[in-house]
Design a protein. Structure first.
Length: 367
């Protein structure tokens, strides 16, 4: 896409099907596009030992991966932050009166694999972010094996890939400005900022005093970060200066976080709960599911259209809550064919992108 006019505004993705799905879709294949062009003029509001474990990839092959990929500690944490176009104008404070939610099984639309940064057999593809620019769509992933940011660009029926090599792998993505994305650097007290269009291009590195497990855009000029070593959440500026720290009395292991309407939504792995704090660090709610619905661990949270979504990696499910912490439903479970979901990204046309532990992305249409 080099040479194209670069728009001054980025839009987060909407992919609308050109045909109604009246029949059961064919079995998805790598790079499956079903011959359709992306209608991407809308937006998505995208605001996470030496043992080896044998696991199967989507093709049924067995792959060995280190056990630290299951539950990385201070040097291995990753999650999904809020994915979305940052703006001083926030989304509505609560869910819509008539949310576009209907019960029923989600439909698998596509499986993306065997692409640069999304290879079957690669240990971990951690976060996923989908954004659009004019008529082009890009799917961003972080690749632990190759310490890089990877992009799959789609424009009409054309596809190409791009990679931004780094010295260390990344934790998660968060959009901070038009065409600018920030990402935390795994096990280092650094954040990188890079352009997405027309190609991936590193802009600068922010030195921080903390190794963040997850970061998220909070307001123009500020971000919020969580860290599991000594456990904490703090707000900092774009130079890495800490502006405020949250009281840690309610926090044990804040694996991931996202933001919504100036509030910080935290997925606490040790407490097995989702909590919401205002920007002063005061807790708004705490949601610890009970009984058979308990979270198993490594919670990745994101917010979209007045709802909170959380991927419970070891529980093999994605759940949906209202922004005041009320359970809505299980959006995906193991019955939908997901195993150890990591990064999640939701589009305005109800496409849910899920990066899973075996380095591929499944795309579902959720009702």
């Amino acid at each position: 896409m080099s040479g194209r006019r670069t728009s001054s505004r980025l839009k987060i993705m909407t992919r609308s099907s050109s045909k109604s799905l009246e029949k059961s879709p064919p079995k998805p294949t790598p790079y499956s596009r079903n011959g359709r062009k992306c209608a991407s003029k809308g937006i998505i509001s995208c605001s996470r030992n030496g043992r080896k474990c044998a696991s199967k990839d989507p093709n049924g092959q067995v792959h060995n991966r280190p056990a630290d990929a299951e539950h990385p500690n201070d040097t291995s944490k990753t999650s999904n932050s809020t994915k979305g176009k940052p703006s001083s104008k926030e989304s509505p404070a609560g869910p819509p009166n008539q949310p576009n939610i209907a019960p029923g099984r989600c439909e698998l639309v596509e499986v993306i694999e065997n692409t640069q940064g999304c290879r079957t057999g690669s240990l971990v593809t951690m976060d996923v972010l989908v954004i659009t620019h004019e008529d082009a769509t890009v799917i961003l992933t972080t690749d632990r094996d190759n310490s890089s940011v990877n992009a799959l660009f789609r424009e009409g029926v054309e596809e190409r890939t791009s990679s931004l090599p780094l010295s260390h792998c990344l934790t998660n993505f968060t959009v901070i400005e038009d065409n600018l994305v920030a990402a935390g650097v795994w096990c280092l007290a650094k954040i990188i900022v890079f352009k997405v269009f027309p190609d991936l291009d590193l802009q600068r590195t922010i030195e921080t005093s903390t190794r963040y497990s997850c970061i998220a855009f909070l307001s123009p000029g500020t971000m919020v970060g969580s860290y599991v070593q000594k456990a904490g959440v703090e707000i900092f500026d774009m130079s890495g200066n800490v502006l405020r720290k949250f009281d840690v009395i309610h926090i044990d292991e804040p694996y991931s976080l996202c933001t919504f309407n100036g509030n910080c939504i935290v997925g606490d792995t040790k407490k097995r709960a989702i909590m919401s704090f205002n920007d002063m660090g005061n807790m708004q709610f705490k949601y610890p599911p009970r009984g058979g619905k308990k979270f198993v661990g490594l919670l990745t949270v994101t917010a979209h259209r007045g709802y909170i979504y959380a991927a419970d990696r070891k529980g093999n499910r994605v759940v949906q809550l209202t922004v005041d912490g009320k359970f809505v439903r299980d959006v995906l479970t193991a019955e939908d064919g997901i195993e150890e979901p990591q990064g999640i990204c939701i589009t305005d046309d109800n496409l849910l992108y899920v990066s899973v532990i075996y380095s591929y992305i499944k795309v579902f249409r959720i009702g």
